[in-house]
Design a protein around this ligand. Structure first.
Ligand code: NAD
Ligand code: ZN
Length: 356
């Protein structure tokens, strides 16, 4: 038996207004006048007050990124080239400001600045050769746990797969709950439910251990305070739930919902948060208590969860999704244990998609 030796983020600041400390954190990385920083920012902030609070120096570069589509290897390679063309020196830090998409893009750019050959080459596990440029996450929407994880999920020419490595992990997170105020309600819910679902899948999975359970249970409790109790400090709580959910799955695994959601994402283009909600809504046989509570939260907040999305699709489209979902071996192993292949049949997966 060999246990995972898992790397976590070494430095973090948590608190309302913590964003103001970003300048000071960067000052420690800037050794001389020309040392430059890359700010990779979700372009939703281009017309928000946060824009004028980013501590940009004249030598720095700000990359406004669109997250209308989930991050691609091409987008990462283009952004990396922009940074390389900006200055001959190496950047001293890459700061990702935004949701899971912007945070994953920043992770990937920080890796590609020190690893040659394009990001598609590194989709997989532990393929990265050199340490990344120092990188900092500033979440502005919470739920994915991308701030805590060792992956940067990218859609590549052949597949959607992360750059999974110890070097991917952020050097610093700045968690300022004020930054997640004002996220549109449906999106707040979809991304928040990613966290809720991480916890349910981890806690009910066969991979769970006490380390993952400790984080997962607390994260789940925080999600309930946010989405059921409408707690006055819900932004602080959701931000912490997201981080702890990320820590929990780092030492366990997600399950059936994520496997099916990958199919919805790759074939039908549903983004991670909403795709998870659609899939989870069809999984009462797998997670009866969790799905019941999920539907209660949907009702409380009056959220639109699409239904009937697969019933009119051609059989070959469903078959494509089934193939992708079935390919997520570790996730099914977490659901059923090592004999999962006997249980996860094409018929079962087809039936589940048809329920969505
Ligand atoms: P997102 O990053 O796509 O953002 C969702 C929407 O919210 C976008 O339109 C964005 O512009 C907007 N937004 C962000 N901050 C806002 C703010 N403060 N105010 C108003 N609008 C704001 O969504 P997400 O759910 O955070 O992330 C999904 C992505 O994360 C996917 O690409 C998925 O693959 C990835 N992901 C990564 C991990 C990981 O461990 N690396 C885990 C789960 C998901
Ligand atoms: Zn997820």
């Amino acid at each position: 038996m060999s246990y995972r030796n898992f790397k976590c983020v070494p430095k973090m600041i948590f608190g309302r207004g913590a964003f103001n400390q970003l300048d000071e954190v960067l000052a420690a990385e800037r050794k001389d006048e020309q040392d430059f920083v890359v700010f990779l920012v979700d372009d939703v902030h281009q017309d928000k007050p946060l824009k004028d609070r980013i501590p940009v120096k004249p030598q720095d570069i700000v990359l406004w990124v669109s997250v209308a589509e989930e991050p691609t290897t091409k987008q990462v390679d283009d952004l990396t080239l922009q940074v390389q063309n900006h200055c001959e020196r190496e950047a001293v830090s890459v700061v990702g400001i935004g949701g899971g998409a912007a945070m994953d893009l920043a992770k990937a750019v920080s890796l590609m600045l020190t690893n040659e050959g394009g990001s598609a080459k590194y989709q997989g596990w532990d393929l990265i050769e050199n340490p990344a440029v120092h990188h900092i996450a500033v979440p502005t929407i919470s739920g994915t746990g991308a701030e805590a994880s060792r992956t940067a999920v990218l859609c590549g020419p052949e597949r959607k797969l992360g750059l999974n490595s110890d070097y991917t992990v952020y050097d610093q997170i700045i968690m300022d709950p004020e930054l997640i105020q004002g996220v549109p309600k449906n999106q707040w819910f979809y991304t928040g439910m990613d966290c809720y679902i991480h916890n349910i899948e981890a806690l009910e999975g066969t991979f769970i251990n006490e380390f993952a359970r400790a984080f997962g249970e607390k994260s789940l409790e925080l999600c309930r305070e946010v989405f059921i109790d409408d707690h006055i400090e819900k932004d602080d709580k959701l931000m912490m739930a997201s981080y702890m959910g990320g820590m929990s799955i780092a030492y366990s695994q997600v399950g059936a919902c994520h496997a099916l959601s990958y199919g919805l994402g790759y074939v039908l283009g549903y983004k991670h948060g909403i795709g998870n909600c659609i899939a989870f809504n069809a999984l009462e046989d797998f997670y009866p208590e969790g799905v019941k509570e999920f539907r209660k939260m949907v009702d409380i907040h009056n959220i639109d969860i699409p239904t009937g999305i697969c019933k009119d699709l051609p059989a070959e489209t469903i078959a494509k999704m089934v193939k992708i979902a079935k390919g997520m071996a570790p996730l099914w192993d977490n659901v059923y244990g090592p004999d999962w292949q006997e249980k996860v049949t094409d018929e079962l997966l087809t039936e589940l998609y048809l329920k969505m």
